[in-house]
Design a protein around this ligand. Structure first.
Ligand SMILES: [Ca+2]
Ligand SMILES: [Ca+2]
Length: 218
């Protein structure tokens, strides 16, 4: 494991990023516990004064932590074998935000080029994590129209059967997080983008947007 001191003493905001808390153990035992949760455990927080160990399912990042609340004594260590360089792990998958803006079908092809697929969101946890990790904060001045802050493609589409949204793997969507009054199929909206606040909007596939690719651990 590698120490990342920039996130020492900072804890994730949400309990959904914790796998388990262990008490009265050494740091090496804590690290071992993390490798025993191989794939799911991506990092640990360890406190040498308290002999306490948190196993985390993701790396820390600026949006996941509360810099207003700093507790002393915590070391942050990451598992480094998880994902290709630049890809961010969460649970059993790796994610990458591509900031170039392209139409939906091009985004899909670019993910596939890396052995990945356009982001498929299967739970509220994944939706919240992706929003907090990749999407810029909502800035009301930039977003007088809410749809101006919906800028990132995900892998959902109803291009085959109108109103029947599937992922690019053709799996039906089980979890969804539509914006109020969406999907509306306005101007033949057959592709889905995620907004800065985590809600989804269907829009024209020809628009240019950033996109998130996802892959399983290999
Ligand atoms: Ca549609
Ligand atoms: Ca729409």
């Amino acid at each position: 494991m590698t120490r990342d001191e920039s996130f020492d003493n900072l804890r994730p905001l949400h309990s959904l990023y914790y796998i388990v808390t262990l008490k009265n153990i050494s740091r090496s035992w804590c690290a071992l516990q993390c490798s025993m949760h191989q794939y799911l455990c991506r990092a640990i927080l360890y406190n040498e004064d308290l002999f306490s160990c948190y196993l985390l399912n993701c790396y820390q990042n600026e949006r996941l932590v509360d810099r207003g609340r700093i507790d002393g004594g915590w070391e942050f260590w990451i598992q480094n074998d998880a994902c290709p360089t630049g890809w961010v792990p969460f649970q059993y998958h790796c994610y990458f935000l591509n900031k170039t803006t392209v139409p939906w079908s091009q985004a899909k092809v670019q993910c596939e080029y890396h052995g990945a697929y356009l982001l498929e969101i299967d739970s509220g946890e994944e939706n919240t994590w992706a929003m907090e990790t990749f999407l810029p904060l909502w800035n009301a001045a930039d977003c007088s129209n809410w749809w101006d802050c919906c800028e990132c493609w995900i892998g959902a589409t109803d291009i085959e059967i109108e109103g029947m949204f599937t992922w690019t793997s053709h799996v039906n969507i089980s979890f969804s997080n539509w914006y109020a009054r969406q999907p509306d199929n306005l101007n033949m909206a057959h592709c889905v983008r995620i907004c800065r606040n985590g809600f989804w909007d269907d829009t024209s596939c020809h628009r240019n947007n950033t996109f998130i690719c996802e892959m399983v651990y290999f």
